[in-house]
Design a protein around this ligand. Structure first.
Ligand code: NDP
Length: 237
């Protein structure tokens, strides 16, 4: 039977925001958590010490290093791909290199991470990618590359769910709406505009998103696969 604690969990992008909350949620449950950071070394080391998890430095856009980090995390029960970039502005002005980097981190990296994890994942494993409600609703200007990247994840999880279903591995995308992090602070300049699109007019706490991820990773969610689970205060409604 599948374990409900003591699982081997890898969180790619776990040093801040939603990823940090996910690391804390699994660690509190008694799972063995390895997580990566790109820049926030001090923060990552503090989280690792506090939660008895392991922090590994990794830029997920480096495909060889990414494959290596996933392989080194061992036979996983749960892979969470959380790292993500935002680029805002007029598409006529944003440098192409910036857009390519966004697509690499937000689309290519979760694909390769999922495939690499599946090579040695336990039967009944969980692959969870953090997308965005912007895959379904993009009611603002200047974020088209971001919404493109998050929409791609919906196709990704549908296909990979088929590919790995014979081993009862589930593949899903969790789609937050506005969530209070460095990327989208609850008191940022656009908060009133964003709350205007919502039924529940506040940013989510990162821990609320982590709770949904934790549930998707549970045994109860064994039949949830190839789908998007949205947690957005009604932003997409
Ligand atoms: P933050 O910007 O607060 O944190 C981003 C995290 O990703 C950090 O831990 C960062 O590590 C890591 N990261 C970024 N780039 C890389 C990279 N190249 N390699 C490895 N790690 C990297 O973001 P959030 O917590 O807000 O967002 C997390 C996810 O949730 C993203 O995919 C985002 O698109 C999505 N999301 C967020 C929403 C929001 O309102 N906040 C809404 C919908 C979706 P480091 O600090 O070391 O650089």
């Amino acid at each position: 039977d599948k374990k409900s604690s003591g699982r081997q969990v890898l969180v790619l992008g776990g040093s801040r925001g939603i990823g940090e909350a996910i690391v804390r949620r699994f660690a509190e449950n008694g799972d063995n958590v390895v997580f990566t950071y790109a820049h926030s070394q001090e923060k990552a080391n503090a989280i690792a010490a506090e939660t008895q998890s392991q922090a590994v430095k990794l830029d997920v856009s480096d495909r060889a290093a990414l494959a290596n980090a996933v392989a080194e995390a061992g036979e996983l029960d749960v892979l969470v791909f959380n790292a993500g970039l935002l680029a805002a502005g007029d598409p006529l002005d944003i440098p192409a290199e910036e857009i390519e980097r966004l697509f690499t981190v937000n689309i290519h990296a979760p694909y390769f991470a999922a495939v690499e994890a599946a090579r040695r994942m336990h039967a009944g494993g969980r692959i969870i990618i953090i997308g965005s409600v912007n895959a379904d609703r993009m009611p603002m200007e200047g974020l088209s590359a971001y919404s493109t990247s998050k929409a791609a994840l919906q196709g990704m999880v549908k296909g990979l769910a088929r590919d790995f279903g014979d081993r009862a591995i589930t593949v899903n995308v969790v789609q937050p709406g506005p969530t209070d992090t460095d990327m989208n602070p609850a008191d940022g300049p656009l908060h009133e505009t964003m709350h205007g699109f919502m039924a529940i007019k506040r940013h989510a706490h990162a821990g609320e998103v982590a709770g949904m991820v934790f549930w998707v990773a549970s045994q109860e969610a064994a039949m949830v696969t190839g789908t998007a689970l949205t947690i957005d205060g009604g932003f997409g409604a």
